[in-house]
Structures are given as structure tokens and as C-alpha cells.
Design a protein around this ligand. Structure first.
Ligand SMILES: NC(=O)c1ccc[n+]([C@@H]2O[C@H](COP(=O)([O-])OP(=O)(O)OC[C@H]3O[C@@H](n4cnc5c(N)ncnc54)[C@H](O)[C@@H]3O)[C@@H](O)[C@H]2O)c1
Length: 374
């Protein structure tokens, strides 16, 4: 293979970092441009220590800036686009989410066409497929079943619009010559060392005497380990760079899961953290249908107040649906088309994640000791 180069957006994020670690081991990769809004000092240090022949260039910039993206894409062979804001509780303004997740993606597609970048991989999400109702059971779903989220909540909506734009751009003519090939990967809930969502769940538990709030006991999900999602991106990169495979992969989306056992969010978080002394707080809660109607009322209040005050409801119907649905996916199509097989088995993924959770618990103990000395 001749020398090539890759731009990864969101490279300082949870998934982005994992992709960079695998990517730099790829044959013939001369340069990887790691782009993020900002890099933490520890991420800069982590990347500087990568033992590799590949040049790693850090770019601090915003995907909302088309001019910046045009420069970043010059001379690039593949773009892996993971940058996004994830906001399921409605903490951010809808416009901000749309600007970053949708306009940012459109900017990047345009920059690829202008700079004649022939391959584009978009990190989508299963949230573009639903779940639309907690009463609907979707098990081991595959791509040809055409599940589509109907929520108007900004995060799933923005991911859906961005994915549609990416897949539609497949087959576009590049400015100099050649064709743009695009594909999208839809991971389920990603876990592993550094997961912002897991970190949030664990911090809540640590503040609550290590009791994990039971909020999702009716769900059945199949989460996926971050190293396996990163691996799927590497395989998609290889496939889109292969001129024999690219026309078949281009325009397609793939669900990315692994052999992590299917279980509820509650049991999953408990399985990962019970060795640190966490357990489920099974305090009685309102029945789900009542919570759902309460969420509806809170959303109405938020809507009515919005001209004068931003009231963010503590929960909404969308999050209740996600947390209480049977919603699992199969990775068969990725296996067939991309040759995807998880490289981390559940036991190893669980062990790595548990060690990281343990380090969070130790940090928390350290903070408590410092606070008590003050
Ligand atoms: N975490 C999950 O469970 C999950 C599941 C399915 C899909 N995804 C998708 O995977 C991708 C990566 O998610 P993650 O969990 O690593 O999240 P993350 O928040 O850790 O990473 C996202 C990165 O994007 C960067 N970013 C945000 N706005 C930017 C902007 N305007 N310009 C440049 N960079 C910007 C952030 O700084 C961050 O480093 C996202 O597209 C997300 O939608 C995540």
C-alpha cells in the first residue's frame, strides 16, 4: 500500500483517542491529523508517547469553522468523523447541537469535496434508529429492518440528519478527480476506560454512598466496548480505501456491537462496578407509565416557560424510553462486509473497564481525604 494520511475529528474524545491508538499502527499511514476543539494536557502527552512511524499532528479547531476544515483536509486520504456533542437531557441549546452535529458534518463533507478526500467514515449512533416506544421490543435488529427514530429531541435528530447527509454524499464527484465514498457506523452504548457517560454514572453513585440509582431495570441493551468500536472504524477505513470494496461499502450504515452480554443498563453498571463496593439502590419508584406522563407535563412546563426562562426538566420522555426499552442489535452485516470481529472479548473489556472504575473510586477517596483535612 502506498503512503496515506487520515484526519480524525473528535480525536481528543473517548472514542477518538481509542481510534488514534489503533490507527497509528496501520501500514503505510504517514500522517494522522487529530482534530478537536481542545486537547487536555494528558491527551497531548498520551499522543506524544505513541511509539509509531506515523506523524501525529494535533489540530485544535472547531468543526463549525468551514475555512479551518478546508485547510485541515488538504492532502488527506480518509476522514473519520467522530466529533459531536452528546446531550440527552437537553442541557444545551438545540441550535448549538444542530450547529455542531449537523452543520459541522456538512462543513466537513464540503471540505472533503473541495480537497478531494475520497473516503469519509461517520460515527453515527443507534439513537438514529430509536427506540420510539418502550412498549416496542427490538431484538438483534439488523440494517435491512429500517428502524428510524421519530424523536424531535436534538441529539437523535441531529445524528439522524448528519448520517443522512453523509450517506447521500456517497458517490459525489471530488473537485480534482475521483469519487467520494462514505459510510456510517452505528455503535450501541459505548463503554470502557474514559467513558464520559460511565464517569457520570459512577460519580453519581459515589456521591450516593456507592448506591447506583436504579433507573433502567426494564431495559435490555447490548453495549459495545470502545476498543471494538475503534476497530470497526479501522476496518471501515481499510474497506473504503480498497477500490474493489469501496463501491459496495459506500452509502451503507453498519450496527457495531460485540459479545458483551445483553442486559439492563442497571445490571450492566452494577456488573462493572460491584467489585468497588457499588450496589443497586432499589428504592421504590413511580410506575413507568406515570413517570412518562410526568415527563410529558415537565416538558410542557419547559415549553411554556421557554420565552422567559430556560427550565431543564430532570428527565424527559425520550430518556425514559431509552432507559426502559428492549433495544439490541446484531453486527452480522459489519462482519460480512467489513470482516468485523470484536478484538476484545467481554472478560477483557470488563476487566479493563473495572480497573478504570477502581481508579475513579480511589480518586474520589483521595478527594474526600483532602476535603476532611481542610
Ligand atoms: N459514547 C457513546 O455511548 C456513543 C454511542 C454511540 C455513538 N456515539 C458517537 O460517537 C462519537 C464520539 O463520542 P464519544 O463518546 O467519544 O464522545 P466525546 O464527548 O468523548 O467525544 C466527542 C469529541 O468531539 C469534540 N467536539 C465537540 N464539539 C466539537 C466541535 N465543535 N469542534 C471540534 N470538536 C468538537 C469534543 O471536544 C470531544 O473530544 C459521537 O459522534 C457520538 O455521537 C457515542
Amino acid at each position: 500500500m502506498t503512503g496515506w494520511s487520515c484526519l480524525v475529528t473528535g480525536a481528543g474524545g473517548f472514542l477518538g483517542k481509542s481510534i488514534i491508538h489503533l490507527l497509528v499502527q496501520e501500514e503505510g499511514l504517514q500522517e494522522v491529523r487529530a482534530l478537536d476543539k481542545a486537547f487536555k494536557p494528558e491527551t497531548k502527552e498520551e499522543f506524544s508517547k505513541l511509539q509509531t512511524m506515523t506523524k501525529v499532528t494535533l489540530l485544535e479547531g472547531d468543526i463549525r469553522d468551514p475555512q479551518y476544515l478546508k485547510t485541515a483536509c488538504q492532502g488527506i486520504s480518509v476522514v473519520i468523523h467522530t466529533a459531536a456533542v452528546i446531550d440527552i437531557l437537553g442541557a444545551l441549546h438545540t441550535q448549538t447541537i444542530m450547529d455542531i452535529n449537523v452543520k459541522g458534518t456538512l462543513n466537513l463533507l464540503e471540505a472533503c469535496l473541495q480537497a478531494s478526500v475520497p473516503a469519509f467514515i461517520y460515527t453515527s449512533s443507534i439513537e438514529v434508529a430509536g427506540p420510539n416506544s418502550y412498549k416496542e421490543i427490538i431484538q438483534d435488529a439488523c440494517e435491512d429492518q429500517h428502524h428510524e427514530s421519530m424523536w424531535s429531541a436534538p441529539y437523535p435528530c441531529s445524528k439522524k440528519l448528519a448520517e443522512k447527509a453523509v450517506l447521500k454524499a456517497n458517490g459525489s464527484m471530488l473537485r480534482s478527480s475521483g469519487t467520494l465514498y462514505t459510510c456510517a457506523l452505528r455503535p450501541t452504548y459505548i463503554y470502557g476506560e474514559g467513558s464520559p457517560l460511565l464517569s457520570f454514572v459512577m460519580n453519581m453513585a459515589l456521591k450516593n454512598k456507592r448506591m447506583l440509582k436504579s433507573v433502567a431495570k426494564f431495559s435490555i441493551i447490548n453495549p459495545v466496548y470502545v476498543g471494538n468500536v475503534a476497530w470497526a472504524h479501522i476496518l471501515a477505513t481499510r474497506a473504503l480505501r480498497d477500490l474493489n470494496k469501496a463501491p459496495n461499502i459506500g452509502g451503507q450504515f453498519y450496527y457495531i456491537t460485540d459479545d458483551t452480554p445483553h442486559q439492563s443498563y442497571d445490571n450492566f453498571h452494577c456488573a462493572l462496578s460491584k467489585e468497588c463496593g457499588s450496589c443497586l439502590d432499589l428504592t421504590l419508584r413511580l410506575p413507568l407509565f406515570l413517570l412518562y406522563w410526568l415527563a410529558f407535563l415537565l416538558e410542557m412546563v419547559s415549553f411554556l416557560l421557554c420565552p422567559i426562562y430556560k427550565f431543564q426538566p430532570p428527565f424527559n420522555r425520550h430518556i425514559l424510553t431509552i432507559l426502559n426499552s428492549v433495544f439490541t442489535f446484531s453486527y452480522k452485516k459489519a462482519q460480512q462486509d467489513l470482516g468485523y470481529e470484536p478484538i476484545f472479548l467481554w472478560e477483557e473489556a470488563k476487566q479493563n473497564t473495572r480497573e478504570w472504575i477502581d481508579s475513579l473510586v480511589q480518586q474520589h477517596k483521595g478527594t474526600l481525604k483532602t476535603d476532611s483535612r481542610m
